[in-house]
Design a protein. Sequence first.
Length: 227
Amino acid sequence: MGTEVCDSSQLANLAAQRIAAALTSAVAAEGRASLVLAGGTTPRAAYERLATISGIEWARIDVYFGDERAVPPTHPDSNFQMAEGALFSQVALPSTNVHRMHAEDPDQDAAARAYELVLPKRVSVLVLGVGEDGHTASLFPSSPALSERSRRVLPVIGPKPPPQRLTVTPPVIEAAQQIIVLTTGAGKAAPVARALRGPLDIVRTPSALARRGLWLLDAAAAALLDP
């Protein structure tokens, strides 16, 4: 779908508008929509803006997560906790429409398999971020999860604490109807360039899995892309 570059101060607004439009389109086409959220500072600001946009039929939208750390849902590192404060508590979204990853379950494989059962076969709108190492969701460079073709959710170990996580796998990203990638900062410029312009190498740059999506970048993150 290409790239859109804007001032970093405007990226959250732009992202909220694009997510809202994608959800509205999906609801109009199918009667319901599924939204998979990313964690992180940039997505949080976008969710706060999204909560202020009127006209979104939240009762027709089911919300999921692309990854989660192995912490309780009230923990500061929890993606669910972040999304609850930024978005869920601010809109008319029924609690039954929110499907969190129970990544704190001691049996992480069982938690991953349980999440596979509720995750739609094809997600309407998938929001992703990009790390300075090129990761997306909790798919890190050289992770064995990058070669997964049948499982759609897996337990993984990340390089930063808390290391234990659940993450969606490449088939979920590949099947998504619309992908929106949010990325800011000079530290992301190299992985963004590899993901969008380099040879397709998801082992080195997992975020390249989302190459076909809409990438919303600030000027610093887009600095190494061709004009």
